[in-house]
Design a protein around this ligand. Structure first.
Ligand code: FAD
Length: 467
């Protein structure tokens, strides 16, 4: 079977590794499997190695060298991310050595610490899971994760040359009805299956749905980067990621690398109904906005980061999500990762859901292919294209049935959290602080739908009054 994966980000590279592991060996007369990744973005050096000023020093910030990258691809925007325990578990199942390599370049967090902009520490909760063996929530630079995944792809199976750096401009049915990808130079390549792992602005999604189901701007933007310097105690000793909520936005930080590298990743999210344009995205504008937004915030770590921010901004990201889709592909096209379900960054689950997609897709496809191959063996008939297409169609349906409800639930939970990251005013802020404090004392309170809905209503009311 020939499979083209469009997009070599987290979803595309991990899917490749999952497929290598699970696809059954085809009997004659089927040809051997051929797996290819087309990736439009040429690799850049690691983002976290920037010579940013010390987080705890007051040395003047260097002049910015360039504008931050504004691109629809989350791979290219740099910045940091955290892989939740469920994502780490998928990696461990895929390959213990891949799991070890990802862990080795990141930082294993044990707690989430919630703080208020006014300086109060509200609560903290474990972010490891309770299963055995347990997994931590591992924070890292996005580029670091990508480099490890890409290295494993290149080192495995037919690895070298599997990732081809070429942009796909269109996806359609080929002459014999098989899916085909078209490149900028006019070249066309057919396959049995084309997987869209090409992010929130997926070209493969256009092949499936035309112009429908465009990404939705969430009235939110964020900025983030890395600073070098001594790690704060809450990060180093408690192994914590810090989430600070204020009336006018949100600020987070945590370690992005092993302790000895002293690299702190940070991000700040704010409400902005108008989509930022490239004019709003110059380093001086971003820096001025950040200073204004967080000027009164009490945490000295945040103030130190902001004082050195001009040299450390590595990403700026208007938040886009994928609207709920009625299916994730047909006719030999299947969508996974952000192409199928770009989630709010607040969910902390985007990358982990990519990994779960890859595992689910490869297991389902392998199941249906095995059936086709077994039937071919039993009847000693030559395998037909129709059988393969049926296996791919069944895979697409089952993948959606298994995965979509889970992803939708995560997205709905994140939407609730997002409401606490915008402009919520003084009263909204107080209510949120109270709730988070209470949540630390009585964790099951978060399960009470009635109470949380009531608090939400109250908060929305205050926002309306304040606005
Ligand atoms: C600011 C921010 C913070 C986040 N934080 C977290 C976090 O802490 N934890 C977490 O789990 N998730 C987080 N996420 C979400 C996570 O980063 C994404 O869910 C994940 O990266 C999606 O991976 P992907 O491979 O599906 O898509 P992408 O990462 O977008 O990769 C798509 C790839 O396809 C390539 N491509 C696109 N179009 C084409 C084309 N036409 N031809 C060829 N190649 C193409 C792109 O260059 C890219 O490499 C965050 C997202 C953002 C924006």
């Amino acid at each position: 079977m020939k499979i083209i994966i469009v997009g070599g980000g987290i979803a595309g590279t991990s899917l490749y590794l999952h497929l290598l592991q699970h696809l059954p060996v085809p009997p004659a007369p089927y040809p051997p499997h051929e797996l290819l990744i087309y990736e439009s973005h040429n690799p850049q050096p690691k983002a976290s190695s920037s010579s940013s000023p010390n987080a705890s020093s007051s040395s003047p910030a260097p002049e910015p060298s360039a504008k931050p990258n504004l691109t629809p691809s989350t791979t290219t925007i740099g910045g940091g991310l955290a892989l939740a325990p469920n994502g780490m578990r998928v990696l461990a199942r895929l390959s213990p050595s891949l799991h070890t390599a990802v862990l080795a370049q990141g930082f294993a967090n044990e707690r989430f610490v919630f703080r208020a902009a006014r300086g109060w520490r509200l609560s903290s909760m474990p972010c490891t899971d309770v299963r055995v063996p347990g997994e931590a929530c591992v924070s890292m630079s996005r580029m670091g994760l990508w480099e490890v995944l890409r290295g494993f792809v290149e080192a495995s199976g037919e690895g070298k040359g599997v990732i081809r750096y070429k942009k796909v401009v269109e996806v359609d049915q080929g002459e014999d009805g098989r899916p085909a990808v078209k490149f900028g130079d006019g070249e066309v390549e057919e396959a049995d299956l084309v997987v869209g792992a090409d992010g929130v602005r997926s070209v493969v999604k256009k092949g499936v749905f035309g112009e429908g189901f465009e990404p939705v701007y969430m009235n939110q933007a964020g900025v983030g980067g890395f600073v070098k310097g001594r790690l704060p105690d809450e990060v180093k000793k408690e192994k914590g990621m810090i989430f600070t909520f204020g009336g006018n936005g949100f600020f987070g930080y945590g370690s992005s690398a092993p302790e000895e590298e002293e690299s702190l990743m940070w991000w700040s999210t704010y409400h902005t109904p108008s989509l930022p344009t490239s004019n709003d995205l110059s380093i001086p504008t971003i820096t001025a906005e950040l200073r204004k937004r967080h000027a009164a915030w009490k945490d000295p770590v945040i103030q130190n980061i902001i004082s050195s921010v001009a040299g450390s901004v590595s990403s700026i990201y208007p938040t886009w999500t994928t609207p709920s889709l009625p299916h994730w592909g047909r006719g030999g096209l299947i969508l996974i990762g952000d192409a199928a379900h770009a989630l709010q960054p607040t969910s902390g689950q985007g990358a982990s859901q990519c990994l779960e997609d890859g595992l689910a897709l490869s297991l389902t496809l392998s199941h249906y292919l095995s059936k086709v191959y077994n039937e071919t063996n039993e009847s000693e008939q030559s395998g037909s294209v129709v059988d393969l297409q049926a296996a791919i169609d069944a895979t697409a349906s089952v993948l959606y049935a298994i995965r979509e409800p889970r992803v939708r639930k995560i997205s709905e939970a994140a939407k609730k959290m997002d409401r606490g990251k915008g402009d919520i005013g003084f009263f909204g802020e107080m209510i949120m602080c109270g709730f988070m404090w209470l949540f630390g004392k009585v964790p099951w309170i978060g399960e009470l739908r009635v109470l949380s809905s009531f608090l939400l209503l109250l908060r929305l009311r205050f926002v309306t009054i304040a606005g």
